[in-house]
Every structure is written in C-alpha cells, then in structure tokens.
Design a protein around this ligand. Structure first.
Ligand code: IPM
Ligand code: MN
Length: 352
C-alpha cells in the first residue's frame, strides 16, 4: 500500500524522537512492501519562530492531504513563564485538534513484563494493567469562553459540553469496550458539575444500545486515587478534556517511564498519532530522550489508521525485545548501561 504521512516534529525532543519513528516505520514499510511518503510541516514554537503562527494554514493543508499525521511534541520554556505572550505553541496543538476534528484521544496504559520493577507502584498492584482512556479533546474548559473582567482582577474559563459531543465520544468508548473486556467507566464530577451531569445522563441513555457492556460511573477524584491503588481494575475509561489530561499523565508513568506510552487522536476523518509525553526541553539535542512512545505511536498508526495489525505487531515486538535486552535510554537504565535516542531507533529498525 501507499501512504502519505504528515510529519509534525514540533519542539524540544520532538524532532529527535520523530526521526526514530520514521526510521522504524520505513523499516516496517520495507518489510511488508508498503511505500511511505513523508510530508514534513511546521508546528509549535518552531512554527512561531519561522512564520509567527503555531499551526500555519500550510501545515493544516498538508495534514488534510495526508492519510495520517505523526506528531512529536509541542512547547518551549521561553513561553512557559510569560503569561502575557500573545501566541503560545500550545495554541497550535489546540487549533490543530479543533480544525482536524480530533475529538477522541485514545491513551492506553499498559505494562511491559520486563519493566515491572521500574514502576513507581508495587509490582503486585500493576501486574496485568491494560487500560485505555478515551479523553474528549475538542470541548470542555479548554475551548469554552475565557477572559478577564474587573480590570483584569477576575479571570474565567467556561466549561461547556453539548449532548452530541458527549454522545460521539461515548460511542467510541462503548465500541472500544465491546472489543475488549466489555467494561466501561464514565469518569465525571456529577456530584458538583452540571456538565458532568449531562455526561452521566447521556451515557446512561446509551447503555441500552450496548447491553453487554457493564458501565460504572465514578467521580474523578476517586478515579485518581484508585488509579494508583488498583490500576488493573480498569479497562476502558471515558472522560472530558481536562480530567482526561490530568488522569492520563498520572496513568502514563505506571508503566515505568513517561517515555513509553503512545496515543492516537481521532475524529470522523484523519487521525493523529503522538507520544503522551511533552517536549522535554532540557533534553533537546542531547540524544537521551526515549523514542519508544513515538515509535509505539507509529505502531498505533499502522494498526488503527491503516488497519495493518501485523505491521503494528512487528514494531511492538521490536520494542519488547529492546526492553527485555536492556537496549534502552537512560530513563530506563537505572544508572546502568544506556543507549542514545538514535541508537535505540537504529536497534528497533534493525530488528524489524
Ligand atoms: C496533552 C498536553 C496538551 C493538553 C497541552 C500541551 C496543550 O498536555 O496533549 O496532554 O493539555 O492537551
Ligand atoms: Mn497533558
């Protein structure tokens, strides 16, 4: 098959980890007889520096003309401590999600048998953990009306959801649950928030369409707690934008390193694949960042965007082998022998 993939490396370690995912994807393409054309495009602080805009129209056009988008990371410290910056790299990411209609963010948390001792949690607590968050990505407090009043002394961010936005996300959640263990948890704060009551009411009304799925409703604060107590008790979790942002960072370290978990963002059309971690500015250019989350995002791309499970499996097996043999970056090396970003990428590609 022939694919055109938009390549948005972004900021910080983005370009370094993206290079490894390209290398690994090209190795997969060669092995299975596919042809990939990469279409690099600017985004984030890199795009602000070059053209004054974090998600330029040209980048959007490249994305819509592609079969999938592979994304690195966004964010630069020069903006983090400047609340008055007129344009911020993160705005590019939000604009991209909105314009590409990427309303469902799939963020898995799973463990690797060879890394059980690397988790901040006790081994018996995490064994068998294999859960997936479906985070709503284009609504809620991220996109509601925001501003200042009283001469700047009061600030507000509105959280708004429509029933239709909840339904389309929940539908993906029910469908995903049907392909897994048929357990779905709706995470909300319905004891306090009106938007959460709309979520709960909407999901409850959909239960009859999926009689085999066992649905639980849990408050977000309790989920935050249970995630570190019994992560293996969850399967598919659906939640709104901000709760999902926070809980998926919490969940992502259960596997042992933030540099391991991939993600996919989907809507009705094109899908985007990116690591859960951020741009890790301190490591930029040092060849120390763990490329595995981005490489596993490429695996998700083959599996879900191109419907090629064998190709995805080849990548996952190469990653498992590298982990089992200790061919890892310093975040996983426990002070022992470690390898560079590029060397890990080379190793993975060679093993495919
Ligand atoms: C994420 C990030 C973004 C978010 C930021 C960079 C805008 O934290 O993808 O989780 O909050 O959604
Ligand atoms: Mn986040």
């Amino acid at each position: 098959m022939k694919f055109k993939i938009a390549l948005l490396a972004g900021d910080g370690i983005g370009p370094e980890v993206i290079d490894q995912a390209v290398k690994v994807s090209d190795a997969v393409a060669k092995k299975f007889g596919h042809e990939i054309t990469w279409k690099p495009a600017l985004t984030g602080a890199a795009a602000i520096d070059a053209v004054g805009e974090p998600y330029p129209d040209e980048t959007h056009d490249i994305c819509t003309a592609s079969d999938a988008v592979l994304f690195g990371a966004i964010g630069h410290p020069k903006y983090d401590n400047d609340p008055s910056a007129p344009v911020r790299p993160e705005q590019g990411l939000l604009k991209m999600r909105k314009k590409l209609g990427l309303f469902a963010n799939v963020r898995p948390t799973f463990t690797f048998p060879s890394l059980l001792d690397k988790s901040p949690l006790k081994q018996e607590r995490i064994e068998g953990t294999d859960l997936v968050f479906l985070r709503e990505l284009t609504g809620g407090i991220y996109f509601g009306e925001k501003g200042r009043r009283d001469g700047g002394e009061t600030a507000y961010d509105n959280c708004v959801y429509t029933r239709e936005e909840v339904q389309r996300l929940a539908k993906k959640g029910f469908e995903l649950a049907m392909t897994r263990s048929k357990k779905l948890c709706c995470v909300d704060k319905a004891n306090v928030l009106e938007t959460s009551r709309l979520w709960r009411e909407t999901v409850q009304a959909m239960e009859k369409d999926y009689p085999e799925v066992e649905v639980s409703y849990e408050f977000v604060d309790a989920v935050a707690m249970r995630l570190v107590q019994w992560p293996n008790s969850y399967d598919v979790l659906i939640t709104e934008n901000l709760f999902g942002d926070i809980l998926t960072d919490e969940a992502s370290v259960i596997s042992g390193s933030m540099g391991l978990m991939p993600s996919a963002s989907m809507g009705s059309d094109i899908a985007l694949f990116e690591p859960i971690h951020g741009s890790y500015p301190q490591a930029t250019g040092l060849n120390i960042a763990n490329p595995m989350a981005t490489v596993l995002s490429a695996a998700m791309m083959f599996e879900t965007a191109f419907n090629l499970p064998e190709e995805g499996k080849a990548i996952r097996e190469a990653v498992n082998k590298a982990l089992a043999e200790g061919f890892v970056t310093e975040d996983l090396a426990d002070g022992g022998k470690s390898y560079g970003t590029k060397e890990v990428g080379d190793y993975l590609a060679a093993n495919i």
